[in-house]
Design a protein around this ligand. Structure first.
Ligand code: PLP
Length: 359
């Protein structure tokens, strides 16, 4: 069986070594030494000013919205994982969907200004499949209208834009280190910011609002993560160069094997060093996408319709017309992509897709 993704598993002995240390210290969670060490190493790796490690990518988004004190309407993308939208609603704000660019799959900055109202407080955009948004255009609009910018950078570990890790843009960027992501800590997430005041607020919010044992700085939640998760993160970080290199090679093999397949690829934003976190292809019709899935499934291969459905259609949001997102969502497939995926498997998947097309 080949799934769309498979968690990266590090050397078990190295992991056990960290776990022994946890037993010796008897310190399991609450900002322990491994969590601290992982935060420092990630900060260094991402060349980030401030970063906080959290329980998952969704709580990171929710804390980001809360720390920026956002109210009212947040402009966002319909083409993302559901947590981008649900976090906005969970924090009592209203998502306003702006359609995406048909080539980059990211929010279309040309459509943002017409969606701004007196109630708009922020833009929450996703760098889809690790492809950076039009950061300059979004920044310009945000400054003109006094809006905050959050980037859902869950797909972006390893992606650089203009020579810097893409997490360093916007007021806050969030990460997910879920087991299915390119770099993972089993469950996990983070917020990255350049603003020391925001960092301080998020430190309190991550830990129930505690300022000291007996006083609270603000309302808070449990956004912490454990020593066991941090241990996985520390071990996996040692393999990040290997992981990025194998993805790059795998993407090249797909490109070569699928040359004759009539699909559209995601157009990368200029000045990007991409992490190849996913391998999305857009078929000419939904029917072609569905018959490709059926044939792959017959061979025990399970790609995913990422992202389907388009989020402007979920039941708990106001309806917006987002035809480009709806259209791409209906025709897109993410093909299997993970560290241990073999070249022959990529060739096999590609042959099946070509056979469906040429039948
Ligand atoms: C995975 C993902 C999330 C959620 O992250 P979790 O760590 O699973 O909570 C949010 N946004 C996007 C775009 C994602 O892909």
């Amino acid at each position: 069986m080949i799934n769309v993704t498979k968690p990266f598993m590090p050397d078990i002995e190295e992991y056990i070594e960290f776990i022994r240390g946890i037993w010796e210290r008897n310190w399991l969670t609450n900002n322990g030494p491994l969590v601290n060490s992982l935060e420092l190493k990630l900060k260094e790796y991402l060349d980030a000013k401030h970063m906080l490690y959290m329980g998952n990518g969704t709580i990171a988004l929710q804390i980001a919205i809360k720390a920026l004190d956002l109210k009212g309407e947040i402009i966002t993308t319909p083409f993302s994982f559901v947590a981008t939208t649900s976090s906005i609603v969970w924090e009592g704000c209203e998502p306003v969907f702006v359609d995406i660019d048909k080539d980059t799959f990211n929010i279309d900055p040309k459509l943002i200004e017409q969606a701004i109202t007196g109630k708009t407080t922020a833009i929450l955009a996703t760098h889809v499949f690790g492809n950076p948004c039009d950061i300059e255009a979004i920044q310009k609009i945000a400054e003109k209208h006094n809006l905050k910018v959050i980037y859902d950078a869950a797909h972006c570990f390893g992606t650089k834009y203009k020579g810097r890790h893409v997490f360093n843009y916007g007021d806050i960027s969030t990460a997910s280190f879920h087991a299915t992501k390119l770099y993972h800590t089993i469950e996990g997430g983070a917020v990255v910011t350049n603003d020391a005041e925001l960092l301080k607020k998020m430190v309190y919010m991550r830990n129930f609002g505690f300022e000291s044992f007996e006083s609270f700085a603000s309302v808070g939640i449990n956004g912490k993560n454990s020593e066991f998760h941090a241990a996985m993160g520390l071990v996996n970080l040692k393999s990040i160069d290997d992981i990025l290199a194998s993805r790059k090679e795998q993407a090249k093999i797909y490109d070569r094997e699928l040359k004759e397949l009539r699909v559209r690829k995601q157009k990368l934003t200029p000045d990007t060093e991409h992490n190849n976190s996913y391998y999305p292809v857009v078929f000419e019709t939904e029917e072609m996408a569905l018959s490709s899935i059926a044939s792959l499934n017959d061979n025990w291969i399970y790609p995913r319709r990422y992202f389907y459905p388009s989020l402007s259609g979920v039941s708990y949001v106001k309806k917006y017309s987002t035809p480009v997102s709806d259209d791409i969502a209906s025709r897109i497939l993410c093909l299997p992509m993970y560290h241990s995926l073999k070249d022959e498997e990529i060739a096999f998947i590609s042959r099946i897709l070509l056979r469906v097309q040429n039948n």
